[in-house]
Design a protein around this ligand. Structure first.
Ligand SMILES: Cc1ncc(COP(=O)(O)O)c(C=O)c1O
Length: 359
């Protein structure tokens, strides 16, 4: 039978590889902490012989109160990636353009292709940041959606508030801007953009957040969007109903109930991230200030070779040849292994000083 050629040409999603028994899986930016007992208890009470509440009212009410918005200005999905898909599909189709920085979250190109629209990728700067002026210049009358990712996956670099507001001033308010804040809870830079307070200023802005990363619920699949009700209604229309399961809704509520404990874990990961960054910098690596739960090793054309060194040290990371390697901040025992591996990469490549990312 005939498939849509652009779909047949797509690579099916490839998960970060499972790690061997003695290796660390630092390839998917997951939380290394086991689920909190209180969250396990909450899930255990699920009556999942029944369908879930399709509109996730209790969870959305809780999020609406938290962010000072109405219930209809909150939308939940089975992961924020599901909401990305719903909104791209709602706003862009064949002949339309979806604009985003590249390299960024690897799901973006596929989601755009599936919608039938065309990707317009604007290269990130050498320092791993979005080139927002170049993105503004790439807007055409066919642009329907712009994806902005802060912190950017995989470079871990933030978008600054002043750059974002200057950018928004150049975006027609008929174009939907999705600010993907999957890693917001790990951000410590005071200059970083925070989308939710800006929602009252920009009628075309939607902010995407997730319980997968800081809240450690990646396997349960629950994310949310905050934005104008009529835009989120369009996402609700393109969504597959009942996708956010009751265990996921209950777990998300329990995560909010136990937020201080989860944010303590986030703090631990931030401290670990700082330790990793400081050590990598001392080794000679030059990478963007990490603001997600991951660091970026810009190994350039040596990426594949560097990833092999990491793997030999028991570190399974996400490899983006020929740009670099994204390594999640993981278990405490993984840190020394990562740093040993990174030091070996530097040693091996000393003879090739032109390597990107090494000062
Ligand atoms: C930038 C970014 N956005 C969205 C997601 C999707 O997260 P989820 O669908 O688990 O909420 C990820 C996951 O890695 C991500 O890195």
């Amino acid at each position: 039978m005939k498939l849509r050629p652009e779909i047949a040409a797509l690579q099916p999603y490839r998960q970060g590889r499972p790690a061997a028994a003695d290796a660390y899986k630092l390839s998917s930016n997951e939380s290394p902490f086991p689920p909190l007992p209180a969250i396990l208890d909450a899930i255990a009470g699920s009556s999942f012989n029944r369908y879930p509440d399709a509109s996730a009212t209790v969870l959305r009410t809780r999020l609406a109160e938290r962010f000072g918005v109405t219930l209809d200005e909150v939308h939940t999905g089975s992961g924020s990636v599901a909401i990305l898909q719903q909104l791209i599909q709602a706003a862009a189709g064949p002949g339309d353009e979806v604009l985003y920085a590249w390299r960024s979250f690897e799901a973006y190109p596929g989601l755009v292709t599936v919608s039938g629209a065309t990707s317009v990728q604007v290269p990130i700067r050498a320092d791993g940041t979005h080139d927002l002026p170049a993105m503004a210049a790439a807007i055409t009358d066919r642009t329907r959606v712009i994806l902005v990712c802060s912190p950017n996956n995989p470079t871990s670099a933030i978008v600054r508030t002043d750059d974002f507001t200057a950018f928004m001033a150049a975006v027609p308010d008929t174009v939907l801007v999705l600010l993907d804040e999957a890693y917001a809870e790990f951000v410590t830079d005071p200059d970083a953009v925070h989308g939710i307070p800006l929602l009252t200023t920009y009628p075309n802005l939607v902010v995407l957040r997730t319980f997968s990363k800081a809240y450690g619920l990646a396997g349960l699949r629950v994310g949310y969007a905050i934005g104008p009700a009529y835009i989120l209604d369009a996402a609700r229309s393109t969504a597959i109903p009942l996708s956010v399961t009751e265990p996921a809704q209950r777990a998300a509520l329990a995560a909010l109930d136990n937020e201080p404990q989860l944010l303590e874990r986030v703090q631990t990961l931030i401290e670990r991230r700082t330790r990793i960054e400081d050590a990598l910098t001392a080794q000679g690596w030059r990478m963007p200030a990490a603001q997600g739960n991951f660091v970026w090793l810009p190994a350039g054309e040596h990426t594949t070779a560097a990833a092999e060194v990491l793997e030999a040290h028991g570190i399974v990371a996400r490899v983006f040849h020929p740009d670099g390697i994204r390594v999640s901040v993981g278990e405490p025992e993984s840190v020394e292994k990562l740093l040993d591996a990174a030091a070996e990469v530097v040693e091996t490549l000393r003879e090739t000083p032109e390597i990107a990312g090494l000062g």
